[in-house]
Design a binder for this molecule. Structure first.
Ligand code: CMP
Length: 580
């Protein structure tokens, strides 16, 4: 008997089944995600036993896609996309066009309507980001030229699918679907709907590209300055999910695309590597649920009901699309090796196909049969993907040994040019990181006391410090004022004016700590005697930071105590001199 279960049970069952079957798959030398898919089939409604909530699972899967696209965005900057555009844009669009036409051909052979054919063809034309990224990560190829081209290609495919997703409801009427379900306002002409949709997507892209890079890194810095890792992690997630949800609500853009832009925008900040590391565990957990929920939607009886249709779909997804991708890469004059790795890497369908198929069914365009075939094609092509990758590598080796000249020379000019462009981008990123590293190093060299606080805290200090400068003769601190901050001298020199003598302080020393520690007033004037650069730790930041680093606080307090004692004894000596 079937037993319906709720959110917690769906998550729990999903994780438990996925863990067990993932482990078994690994023991059988299969990729763990085959285990996750089978786990989904087992807790799906088409097999006996427990039935997890399919609608909930679908939403959890969507979370997985959002986090994943966010991760892709974090690693993929706009400059990357621009560098690979020469191959990614024509490649992705060309392949979508040809694969969709092939899918429509199959559909019309089966006697389906034009609308059904279009949804079917589009669903079969787009590869799975989840699967490709997992494969690239396993092979350590995310940063290679082939890897970046494949990701760029996928992003163009995804963008095209997003456009298809938003346009489909507007076109449902013309294609023979039920417009009622499609849009609330059936009276508006299609051209206007399409225009509005394109404006919304365009508006979102402009907003994301123009304002995002200013606002998001600023927020991240602000939060990082609090020094709370928990708050930082929370903000990363809030930005990713917030932008994803907001863009879907306000601009009608898909969650996934919104999350992707959130990632791209965040990648401009030097804190992006921390954001990536912090969001990874959640991303992993939800991508497991993604595979489980795909399995849940699948009705295995289609394999028996219509094996030839399944085979035809599979041949289209794996063979036809790979051949198309390979030919396009060669036609664009890129190397054979790149063609083969892109063809093999993108030889599966995934998340966008399910979303499109689901929409097609709800618009009355795609028959249930079509959705089942798409799911079967997805599950089988995802499962077979590791084999396809192996086959691609094998083919690459045999072509290299059979025609070494062709393999090495064909497309060399374009691939060299691409490699150069990618190297420039990589260098720029490295330069940015090095700059940052240098700043940290300088900080430690000038102020050795910070060596004890650990790298994360040093980074936090760099964010907390406010730079300030002073000219010779300028009074930096006035006796009797309230203490607003502690000053670290990075260059130049100052003098602390005590009653009868001046104490010089040079680069590497600090002052202004006494008033902050005591909560009282400044004990002396401090005057710049040279052009000075200071790093100022403001009162509030001082309190928070020192509370977390007791050893540092003790060192600063010891120095303050020493100085006070020195001042007291100096005063006593003066008084006794006065008396005599
Ligand atoms: P604060 O009292 O906040 O402002 C004036 C600063 O001068 C004080 O903190 C110390 O940092 C610094 N200062 C006071 N006395 C001495 C001293 N004897 N030697 C060096 N610095 C001092």
């Amino acid at each position: 008997m079937h037993q319906e279960v709720g959110l917690i049970a769906t998550v729990a069952l999903g994780f438990v089944f996925a863990a067990v079957l993932g482990y078994l798959a690994d023991r059988l030398r299969l990729p763990p995600l085959v285990g996750y898919l089978v786990a989904g089939i087992m807790i799906g409604s088409y097999t006996p036993g427990f039935v997890a909530d399919g609608a909930l699972a679908a939403q959890l899967a969507e979370m997985g896609v959002i986090l994943l696209m966010f991760g892709v965005g974090l690693h993929f900057s706009t400059s990357d996309l621009l560098a690979v555009r020469g191959i990614a844009v024509p490649g992705a669009l060309g392949r979508i066009l040809l694969a969709t036409l092939l899918g429509m051909g199959l559909a019309s052979w089966w006697g389906w309507s034009l609308g059904a054919g279009l949804v079917f063809g589009l669903s079969l034309s787009v590869a799975s980001t989840v699967v490709l990224l997992k494969a690239l990560e396993e092979q350590n190829k995310v940063d290679s030229a082939d890897g970046r081209v494949a990701i760029g290609w996928l992003i163009v495919e995804d963008l095209a699918m997003v456009l298809a997703l938003v346009l489909l409801p507007a076109l449902a009427g013309v294609l023979g679907g039920n417009t009622e379900a499609a849009s609330g306002q059936p009276d508006i002409p299609i051209a206007v709907t399409i225009g509005i949709t394109l404006l919304q997507v365009g508006g979102f892209a402009v907003l994301a590209i123009v304002f995002g890079p200013r606002v998001v890194p600023w927020i991240l810095t602000l939060v990082a300055r609090t020094g709370s890792p928990e708050l930082f992690r929370l903000s990363v997630l809030a930005i990713a999910l917030g932008i994803a949800f907001g863009s879907a609500e306000i601009f009608g853009v898909s969650f996934a695309l919104g999350a992707f832009f959130a990632g791209v925008v965040m990648s401009e900040s030097h804190l992006s590597h921390r954001a990536a590391a912090d969001s990874l565990p959640l991303q992993n957990a939800f991508s497991v649920l993604f595979f489980v929920s795909v399995g849940m939607l699948f009705d295995p009886s289609i394999l028996v009901r219509d094996p030839f249709a399944v085979l035809a779909v599979l041949a289209l997804i794996i063979v036809a699309r790979s051949v198309i991708a390979f030919c396009i890469v060669l036609m664009l004059r890129y190397p054979v090796g790149m063609g083969l790795s892109i063809a093999a890497g993108l030889a599966q369908i995934g998340e966008f196909s399910f979303i499109l198929a689901g929409l097609g069914v709800s618009l009355g365009l795609l028959p249930r049969e079509g959705q089942d075939l798409i799911l079967a094609g997805a599950i089988l092509s995802i499962t077979l993907n590791p084999l396809v990758l192996l086959a691609g590598e094998g083919l690459q080796k045999s072509i290299r040994s059979a025609w070494p000249g062709l393999f090495l020379r064909y497309g060399k000019r374009n691939s060299d040019k691409l490699a150069r462009e990618l190297a420039v981008i990589q260098k720029r990123n490295e330069e940015r990181n090095r700059q940052h590293q240098l700043e940290m190093q300088e900080l430690i060299e000038t102020f050795p006391m910070f060596a004890q606080v650990g790298e994360d805290s040093q980074e936090e200090l760099l964010l907390l410090f406010r730079p300030k400068s002073a000219s010779p003769g300028e009074r930096v601190v006035r006796a009797g004022d309230r203490g607003d901050g502690m000053y670290f001298i990075s260059s130049g020199a100052v003098e602390v004016e005590l009653e009868d003598e001046n104490v010089p302080l040079e680069a590497g020393s600090f002052f202004g700590e006494m008033a902050l520690l005591s909560g009282g007033r400044r004990t002396a004037d401090v005057i710049a005697v040279d052009f000075c650069q200071f790093l100022v730790l403001e009162r509030r930041d001082f309190n928070v930071f020192m509370a977390r680093h007791p050893a540092l606080r003790a060192a600063v307090s010891d120095m303050a105590k020493e100085r006070t004692e020195m001042n007291v004894s100096r005063r006593r000596r003066d008084q006794s001199l006065d008396a005599t």
